[in-house]
Design a protein around this ligand. Structure first.
Ligand code: PLP
Length: 466
């Protein structure tokens, strides 16, 4: 860090400048435009170093994105080399080698027939692109009424207007406008919150029946797409019940509703595969959105894989002049695509297989946290997990008394060497895929101690009975 020209400010100075001039993501009005967040000085492998010089395990891998770990020399070098060869070209009139080669490789990993990609700058723009493409597709095909989008409670799909309109977590829409009239929300497929006494099979039937009845009520001729994260990430790592995704997919196929799998988190190794839809869940979507892990967070890049048949349909329409008036200056960015190619090399050369091999250990070490009374459920898949705290095990109430419980756990974890992602009453873990067994053990031990300390603290403060 010392070698960098701009570096050398103290953490306090950096925080003060940020507080004065930076608007942080997801701020609240009490501190908007006047908030400093914890300074991170550097990263190396699965660790980041904070303002006090402490090395912390990066539990959330940044924002579920630093999949190959920090300070990867190969990715850093390829960014430099590509910038020196070609730093940018206009995708409006020209093309470049990394974006074409990456498209070919991605098509090779996507389900059969999903052979095209449109590159974006991140996840929100990928979702926005998929949804706008559905609108365009149905307009051109002479069915402009078929454009409603089905999403789900608990979902997170991004922060641009249409993508954000799909979100369904508590507080997402409290103070924000959205394209409500274009969205239908189904229940969150969360087995932990299913009605007491209901079997998993009956619960799955209920969810499928809800979708089927919605299609019948609204009319298939008015519904253009279903969008869903195979595992809801920011909603609390919600793994749907077995059979749910294939049955939702089948209903979409039956009614010509485009199925969009939002794999912004689940792709690029998080579940041990480049794309998880087919390999993990047995579904073949019409579109797959991705971002984050595609460059391991080293460069802002996203995209949407699109079933090639949809382009054939458009080419055969009667509207040769119909333009998909959608494109981003940084679509097909050569540096982003070059990084993604190298990132894919690393994943294919062993990291995917290692992730699949280590996932059981990760899941079982975290699952053991359920012995703590504050923990209602630990759930997950691959190298992503959510730890949900509850007031008691009879009601399974989220801790309504103290919604900051995730933050309390995070504070203790940081003191012990682990960064977690607090999410109201939950902690979400998705470490770099390069984590080893010993490091997973350390992570689980720190979490155990920190949750135990949080329990003591809540009892002491009279917020929780224990
Ligand atoms: N979709 C999912 C499933 C996400 O988790 C996110 C971000 O967390 C997004 C879309 C939005 O991605 P971005 O923040 O890169 O715009």
């Amino acid at each position: 860090r010392e070698e960098m020209e701009f570096a050398g400010n103290t953490p306090n100075a950096v925080e003060a400048i940020a507080e004065k001039h930076l608007v942080q993501p997801w701020p609240v009005s009490e501190t908007i435009g006047a908030e400093a967040r914890g300074f991170i000085e550097s990263g190396d492998g699965i660790y980041v170093t904070d303002a006090e010089g402490r090395r912390l395990i990066d539990g959330p891998a940044g924002m579920w994105c630093v999949n190959v770990g920090h300070r990867n020399k190969e990715l850093s070098q390829v960014m430099y080399d590509q910038a020196m060869a070609l730093s940018y070209n206009s995708p409006w009139y020209t093309t470049n080698e990394p974006s074409a080669l990456l498209a070919e490789r991605l098509a090779g990993h996507a389900p059969e027939g999903v052979g095209h990609v449109f590159y974006t700058t991140g996840g929100s723009s990928a979702v926005e692109t998929a949804l706008r493409f559905m609108q365009f597709y149905n307009n051109v095909r002479g069915r402009p009424e078929k454009k409603l989008i089905v999403s789900r409670e608990g979902a997170y799909h991004g922060s641009t207007y249409l993508a954000a309109s799909m979100n369904g977590r508590p507080r997402d829409h409290d103070w924000m406008d959205s394209a409500k009239e274009q969205v239908i929300k189904l229940s969150c497929p969360n087995p932990f919150r299913r009605p007491k006494g209901m079997t998993l099979e009956a619960y799955t039937d209920f969810l499928i029946e809800e979708f089927r009845a919605t299609i019948e009520k609204v009319g298939a001729d008015r519904i253009g797409a279903f969008i869903g994260e195979p595992v809801m990430a920011s909603g609390g790592v919600i793994v749907p019940p077995p059979g749910y995704l294939p049955r939702m997919r089948a209903l979409c196929a039956e009614h010509e509703i485009l199925f969009i799998a939002d794999e912004v988190v689940t792709a690029f190794g998080r579940l041990g595969h480049v794309f998880a839809s087919k390999e993990v869940f047995g579904i073949e979507p019409d579109m797959i959105t991705f971002a984050k892990g595609v460059t391991s967070g080293y460069f802002p890049l996203g995209g949407v894989m699109i079933r090639s048949k949809l382009f054939e349909d458009l080419r055969q329409s009667n509207h040769n002049d119909a333009m998909f008036a959608h494109g981003l200056t940084y679509s097909s960015h050569p540096i982003g695509c070059a990084v993604a190619l190298k990132n894919l090399d690393i994943l294919e050369d062993g990291l995917l297989a290692e992730t699949r091999a280590i996932s059981d250990h990760f899941q079982s070490r975290l699952k053991a946290l359920e012995e703590l009374p504050l923990v209602g459920e630990v759930r997950g898949l691959g190298l992503m997990a959510g730890i949900e705290c509850v007031a008691d095990h009879v009601s399974n109430n989220p801790l309504t008394l103290d919604l900051e419980v995730g933050k309390r756990i995070d504070r203790h974890c940081q003191a012990l060497g682990l960064l977690v992602r607090p999410l109201i009453n939950m902690c979400v873990m998705s470490p770099p895929l390069t984590i080893n067994r010993d490091q997973i053990d350390t992570m689980a031990e720190i979490l155990h101690k920190s949750i135990a300390l949080t329990q003591d603290e809540l009892v002491r403060e009279g917020l929780w009975k224990g």
